[in-house]
Design a protein around this ligand. Sequence first.
Ligand code: ADE
Length: 228
Amino acid sequence: MRIDVLTIFPEFFEPTLGISLLGKAQNNGVLEFVIHDLRDWTSDPHRTVDDEPYGGGPGMVMKVEPLSEAIEAIIALDPRKPEVIFLAPIGIPFKQPIAHELAHLDRLLLVCGRYEGFDERAFTYADRIISIGDYVLNGGEVAALVVIEATARLIEGVLGHGQSALEESFSDGLLEYPHYTRPSSFRGEDVPGILLSGNHKEIDRWRLEQSRARTARLRPDLLKGENR
Ligand code: ADE
């Protein structure tokens, strides 16, 4: 998958995308990240990307011209047509099923906002607008990193162990079951005996029960399907 990112802060991405599993996936050619500085598509000496809002009010708005020129130029860099995703608090909430949908695509273009938001006319380029939660960040960069990490780890060849993405929280609408590793006893707390039994059918049954009970206790909204 190729992931293009349009931002006024390329420095957010360069260090983070090079480490751990994402770094390895780039080296293996499974993922390609191309980070673009929006200011490269400005034409004034100050490389201006924002302006005051029509109608007044606080803050600045991201100008439509650099955004439209950048998006058109970036799309043309590769024959694959990207899914163009704007990151903004007005977007649809990002959930695991969306990460699965995105993981099937061969190219994404993530557009990060700053300031009060985008000039509304820039959204004509958006195939989707995504919010990572009901809070306001200083910009879309951290949100883009969240979308990249959640999506990339679902792509074949990114995670070390093929199973791990299938068995984790949200993959079946439930929170994940509890995990334990050595020692089998820690400060009086023992690992549940069933996990030491070697009976894999019983272990699977226990894990499903634990997942259900934990979801009911901590995230009852998931059981009602409110988060799909
Ligand atoms: N930009 C600012 N806040 C955001 C959020 N919650 N999600 C996505 N992009 C954002």
